[in-house]
Write a protein that binds this ligand. Structure first.
Ligand code: AP5
Length: 224
């Protein structure tokens, strides 16, 4: 099959990171999360991290000119030669255009845009209960996916944290930004015949099964 170049779209808290963790293992493609890249830059106090901090803390988008170059460089790396799963990028039409242009230059194309859709009220509930392993990025939820021991990662015993931008007020700003700047990408990819829609209110297992079967169908169609 041709390379599997995927993007995950959806509001904050839709479950993009949760689904990406499993899909990248199964399909052998790297999970490229711009949120994770920016949080790592912030923790390491790099120039990128310092520049991104004020936007992330406020729930606003980091400027296109800051993030586009980072992603285009990342997808050109060796491990992304057979495909990638982009999570959190593109988030604006300018980012989508830049990605499309770069792929065309590399003689590659996007396979699909996977939209995980969840209403705003559910997003707020989900995000308030999210806990993350700051070392590995493993995601939990205090009610829907709790660790065996409260506050501790099952996999490596690291103490779980709540993200700085997960305060309710910041989440509401992130939702507004999503509807204004990122949701237009739903029509953008639909018009290009690339949009696959998933009901993100189902359980993580059901969402995963649905995405998997869609990707299997896309692979079959590609081989015909
Ligand atoms: P980013 O890290 O990308 O945040 P986001 O898009 O807001 O997405 P989240 O990570 O909050 O949610 P998710 O959909 O991954 O949900 P999760 O799986 O964790 O971006 C952060 C910031 O970085 C941005 O605000 C911006 O400033 C900047 N940034 C990043 N990319 C950028 C770009 N391209 N351009 C400009 N700026 C950029 O799930 C959430 C919770 O729900 C978890 O607790 C999970 O356990 C639970 N859960 C998941 N699925 C289910 C389910 N089906 N049922 C019940 N619970 C579930």
């Amino acid at each position: 099959m041709a390379d599997l170049n995927l993007i995950l779209l959806g509001p904050p808290g839709a479950g993009k990171g949760t689904q990406a963790a499993q899909l990248t293992n199964e399909f052998g493609i790297p999970h490229i999360s711009t949120g994770d890249i920016l949080r790592a830059a912030l923790a390491n106090e790099t120039t990128l991290g310092k520049e991104a901090k004020r936007y992330m803390d406020a729930g606003e988008l980091v400027p296109d000119e800051v993030i586009i170059g980072v992603v285009l460089e990342r997808i050109a790396e060796d491990d992304a030669r057979d495909g990638f799963l982009l999570d959190g990028f593109p988030r604006t039409v300018a980012q989508a255009d830049a990605l499309g242009g770069e792929l065309a230059q590399l003689d590659r194309r996007l396979t699909a845009a996977l939209l995980i859709d969840v209403p705003d009220d559910i997003v707020v509930k989900r995000i308030s209960g999210r806990r993350t392993n700051p070392r590995t990025g493993r995601i939990y939820h205090v009610d829907f996916d709790p660790p065996k021991q409260e506050g501790i990662c099952d996999e490596d015993g690291t103490e779980l944290i709540q993200r700085d931008d997960d305060k309710e007020e910041t989440v509401r700003t992130r939702l507004t930004v999503y509807h204004e700047q990122t949701a237009p990408l739903i029509d953008y990819y639909d018009e290009r015949g690339l949009l696959c829609h998933f009901d993100g209110t189902a359980s993580p297992r059901e969402v995963h099964a649905h995405i998997r079967s869609t990707l299997a169908t896309l692979k079959l169609e590609d081989e015909l």
